[in-house]
Design a binder for this molecule. Structure first.
Ligand code: IMP
Length: 183
């Protein structure tokens, strides 16, 4: 089965392809672009995206919205994660972290499965962890060099795709999507 992943992010595409290939689903990246509205939750952003894509695309697809929520920064950057990454990036986050001793954080991922004429089905994954003291590793994308998943000592950027998928927010939401698609 072919499943379109509406994203411009090659890293997300690689992770989804690695995971869903296990149940013989061929994830095909399609960079159609959609408005990422400023909302209070990742769910709202994903649902709006699905509605928008369904207006011009009549095939089965998935899209995802993710965010990094840092305890010591009261949940920031959260729903602003993309904007913050493009503006101050990992270095800016590490600078903000100098003001707090609480380095706990959680990554959240919401996958939305879109079918023509149907409401989206959502799959949520979370990965608790900590923000590292410095940037480490060169794999992955986004905040991967500063996020250490719970119980580990290396950042996501120091892991290969399949290892990140074992612990990550996206690995978990994709696992739920896999179970749904298998039924
Ligand atoms: P998006 O809006 O879902 O594309 O993601 C929001 C921001 O979080 C972007 O800057 C991404 O690069 C970043 N991000 C999303 N998922 C991950 C991840 O798995 N690792 C690191 N950064 C991520």
């Amino acid at each position: 089965m072919k499943l379109y992943f509406i994203t411009g992010n090659k890293g997300k595409q690689m992770e989804a392809k690695e995971k869903l290939s296990k149940i013989n689903i061929d994830v095909v990246q399609k960079n159609l672009g959609y408005p990422e509205i400023q909302a209070d939750s990742l769910e709202e952003v994903a649902c709006y995206g699905v509605k928008h894509i369904q207006e011009s695309f009549d095939k089965l697809f998935i899209l995802e919205d993710a965010g990094l929520f840092i305890d010591g920064l009261k949940g920031f950057p959260g729903v602003y994660s993309a904007y913050v990454f493009h503006t101050i990036g990992c270095k800016g986050i590490l600078k903000l972290m100098e003001k707090t001793s609480n380095r706990k954080a959680v990554f959240r991922s919401i996958f939305a499965y879109g079918q023509p004429g149907e409401k989206p089905v959502l799959f949520i994954g979370e990965c608790p962890g900590t923000i590292s003291e410095t940037e480490k590793g060169s794999n992955g994308f986004g905040y991967d060099p500063i996020f250490i998943p719970g119980g580990k000592t290396r950042t996501f950027a120091e892991m290969q795709t399949n290892e990140k998928n074992n612990y990550s927010h996206r690995g978990k939401s994709l696992e739920k999507l896999m179970n749904f698609l298998e039924q």
